[in-house]
Design a protein around this ligand. Structure first.
Ligand SMILES: [Fe+2]
Length: 282
């Protein structure tokens, strides 16, 4: 994987509901992640808004519909539009998920987990490499949450490792997803960090979920403040490697007072710079 990726610092996921906060408190936000599909084939006016944001912030497109895990190759038109978008905002990388979101006939409307075999991990790595090569900047792949853990030959950490060993893409490690999966499926998240190639983590997501079924099940809502468990995982990760960017990801239940989200962005920056004071110097 390229070692010259820029240091972006502490960012916030762009959502229309946060537009005012981002405009007013832009000096406390180092960069923005935008949802790829909201902009790919958007009307000119919306693209202009994105270009405006790109003049103020580094922008990274984060997709939800690439469906890396589908058997067929990604749509050529989608990839061309993605490359154009990346070029337009001068994105240092782009990201999507290690999952599938569609079959040949049906868009599932959710991020579905994959049958974890070494063979599939290698196939997806080759496909991810082709995607990265065609878009022209590094492709980061994100770990998802899953609520049913099918009996598969290898575990999630092994699947991710096998994937990364067969391509030079990076990992977008969602620490909230890691925390939720660890609690729902009873594994040690620190052991997970110790068994993946952490040096391939370029960026993390920080978010909060909710507890369902009387506390028996953790749910990935991305609608709560970042819990201490997730901050602790960030500390553990930063003790193991130097990453380029953190991102506070809030998808719903936006707080009335933006101070809460901005405090999280500040806290992530402090953690990044506290662990690697020279990180901001390229
Ligand atoms: Fe995420």
């Amino acid at each position: 994987m390229r070692s010259d990726l820029p240091y972006l610092g502490s960012g916030l996921g762009y959502r229309p509901e946060l537009s005012e906060t981002i405009t007013r408190a832009g000096d406390r936000i180092d960069w923005l992640e935008v949802i790829t599909e909201n902009h790919l084939f958007a009307p000119a006016e919306q693209r202009e808004h994105l270009r405006e944001l790109a003049r103020r912030f580094p922008i990274v497109p984060h997709g939800v519909e690439l469906s890396l895990g589908s058997p067929r190759e990604p749509d050529g038109e989608y990839l061309r539009a993605l490359a154009e978008l990346v070029d337009e905002v001068d994105a240092p990388w782009f990201s999507d998920h290690l999952c599938f979101t569609r079959t040949d006939q049906v868009a599932l409307g959710l991020l579905a987990p994959l049958p974890r075999t070494r063979e599939l991990a290698r196939d997806l790595a080759r496909k991810a490499q082709r995607i990265q090569d065609s878009v022209g900047v590094p492709f980061l792949v994100e770990n998802i949450t899953y609520y049913v853990d099918l009996a598969t030959p290898i575990g999630e950490a092994q699947f991710i490792t096998e994937f990364l060993e067969h391509c030079d893409c990076g990992l977008l490690l969602d620490l909230a997803n890691l925390d939720i999966n660890a609690r729902n499926h009873g594994f040690d998240p620190i052991g997970f960090l110790d068994s993946i190639p952490v040096e391939r983590v370029v960026q993390v997501h920080l978010a909060g979920g909710i507890d369902g079924r009387g506390g028996e099940l953790s749910i990935d809502s991305h609608g709560e403040s970042v819990p201490e468990r997730v901050w602790a995982l960030l500390t553990e990760l930063l003790a193991r490697t130097r990453i380029r960017a953190t991102l506070v990801e809030r998808d719903q239940n936006f707080p009335d007072d933006p101070a809460e989200l901005l405090a999280e962005v500040d806290r992530a920056r402090t953690a990044l710079l506290g662990a690697h004071p020279a990180a901001a110097i390229r």
